[in-house]
Ligand binder design. Sequence first.
Ligand SMILES: [Zn+2]
Length: 162
Amino acid sequence: MDARFCPRCGQALQVLPLNGQSRPRCTAADCGYVHWDNPLPVVAAIVEMDDAVILARNRDWPEKMYGLITGFLEKAESPEDAVLREVWEELGLRATAAHFIGYYPFFAQNQLILAFHVPATGDIVLGEELAAIKRVPIERLQAWNFGTGLAVRDWLATRLLL
Ligand SMILES: [Zn+2]
């Protein structure tokens, strides 16, 4: 959205304190719009296939950056259904189970990541959002210390307990 104008009535927004934080609020007396800027839920999948994890690079990411399969929820869609749909859309894999790992606040992106372990089989067909994938053997998988990497860290830790 354009941060300067009210999406409801078009009047200018002004940043004012409300409930302990500064928030853009509509200046029209009869509108009352507040831009709360609440975090957006994002589902993330650790896709496991043949003792490897599938990491993917989005089309608009730098050459060496790979991450988990992620996406937003559709309206009235459960997180489990959303993550299985994303795995289908981005990798062409019909996974049937999504095991919840945990939730991870990602303040830098104003997101709340809901992470799942998704075992999968089949032939990968890249979706239009992806430029490339790589298969990382689980014993060589290294977590990164932000965003979805924290889910990878926790998932790897639980595997050591098995
Ligand atoms: Zn307004």
